[in-house]
Design a protein around this ligand. Structure first.
Ligand code: AMP
Length: 397
């Protein structure tokens, strides 16, 4: 095996207590990945897998984002990264594409913490840490919200007073943008359908969202001003009646913080099943006759199918549906159940092909006479971020 990586881009996903990283070659054929976790705690460590497959675990007890990045950059220095691409959760209204980091961009990433309090500050820490260690290494921010900036006002506005939009930027933004962009692009490459393509993309993982994409542009999506709106997820409720907050305040005297925690961390598959946020556990328990797990699974599929059906209204033409994310890529049962909910769309599944699409396989699973194409496309957000990073720096072919 070669011990070099051609023109590698370092992709960083800095969370509040973790950093996921990937060093990716220009042709996407080679990559090194790793994870720094438990940052700030005694158990802080880096799990790194080198190019030859050798794994190491580096103890950085109490280590900060900066210390972790120093170690990560030291591990990767020999491969000479040419650029760093950061996944940033919220780009607000200003950013509709990936941009090179400048002092202004960094300030904006920090300012947008009003819209993503858990994520944007950690993303900013990552940018500053790289800057402190390698001030000459070009950095780019790739926003989770940017791909959805093509949504028209009819899709992104909430039906609330205009001043809240004008003055406070209260609107729908959408998330998982790099994933929806990657899988819809890939579907348009793989399909034999000619002309412009209209896809519904279903990113079903721990977080779940769906998007309507026509001719490469997002026209609507299920997540809103925060990543809580829309589909039922692992621990997130998705849509609830906005009156639920006041109801819980009045009846149980719950605080806004308690309600926020409940809706984000104790709901979804976990909340309904009382068992787990992990779809594999839910599927198994449902099989064994657990009624709550069965209901959680049915609700997950019903709500996903209902959402996809409603999002089809955004598409001028409807070519097909693309599944991705841990659940979308691996569970033929969930895919089939969701499509059964959409029973008025004349969808015909090839069951053998559906069953074979697991563990990172890419392919279609519709019958030749199905009205809609059906695809499973494993998402590759790191690759997309690396690609957008090179494009933003004018390094792309
Ligand atoms: P992600 O956030 O994309 O990593 O996806 C995580 C989710 O994918 C979890 O709910 C997992 O249970 C689910 N998942 C992974 N593999 C499978 C599988 N074989 N069948 C069903 N769900 C799966």
């Amino acid at each position: 095996m070669s011990h070099t990586i051609d023109n590698p881009t370092l992709v960083l996903n800095c969370g509040s207590s973790s950093i996921k990283y990937a060093l990716i070659s220009e042709d996407n054929q080679t990559r090194i990945t790793g994870l720094a976790e438990n940052l700030g705690l005694d158990t802080a460590r880096i799990k790194h897998t080198d190019l030859d497959g050798e794994k190491q675990e580096i103890n950085i007890a109490g280590g900060s984002h900066k210390l972790a990045l120093q170690k990560i950059l030291a591990l990767l220095e020999k491969y000479k990264p040419i650029a760093v691409g950061h996944r940033v959760v919220h780009g607000g209204r200003e950013f509709s594409e990936a941009v090179k980091v400048t002092p202004h961009v960094l300030e904006e990433v920090k300012r947008l913490k009003v819209l993503a309090p858990l994520h944007n500050p950690a993303n900013a820490l990552g940018i500053e840490a790289v800057n402190a260690i390698y001030p000459d290494l070009p950095q780019v921010v790739v926003f989770d919200t940017a791909f959805h900036q093509t949504m028209p006002p009819v899709a992104y506005r909430y039906a609330i007073p205009k001043a809240l939009y004008d003055e406070e930027k209260v609107r729908r933004y959408g998330f998982h943008g790099t994933s929806h962009a990657y899988v819809s692009d890939r579907a348009s490459t793989l399909t034999s359908a000619t002309g412009k393509h209209g896809w519904l993309t279903a990113h079903l993982g721990n977080g779940c969202s769906a998007a309507a994409i026509y001719d490469g542009k997002s026209l609507d999506t299920s997540m809103g001003i925060t990543p809580l709106e829309g589909l039922m997820m692992g621990t997130r409720s998705g849509d609830v009646d906005p009156g639920l907050h006041i109801h819980l305040k009045r009846t149980l005297d719950m605080s806004l913080e308690e309600i926020d925690t409940m809706l984000n961390k104790q709901s979804g598959l976990l909340g309904v099943s009382g068992l787990s946020n992990d779809m594999r556990t839910i599927e198994q328990a449902a099989n064994e006759g657990n009624a709550d797990a069965k209901l959680a699974l049915e609700m997950f599929c019903y709500r996903a199918g209902k959402y996809l059906a409603s999002l089809s209204c955004a598409l001028p033409e409807f070519t097909g549906i693309v599944f991705t994310g841990g659940i979308g890529e691996n569970s033929d049962l969930i895919r089939r159940n969701i499509l059964e909910v959409m029973r008025h769309f004349n969808i015909k599944i090839d069951n053998d092909k559906n069953a074979a699409l697991i563990r990172g396989n890419e392919g279609s699973f519709h019958h030749a006479d199905s009205q809609l194409e059906l695809w499973v496309i494993p998402t590759d957000e790191e690759f997309r971020i690396a690609q957008e990073t090179r494009e933003a720096l004018g390094m792309a072919d």
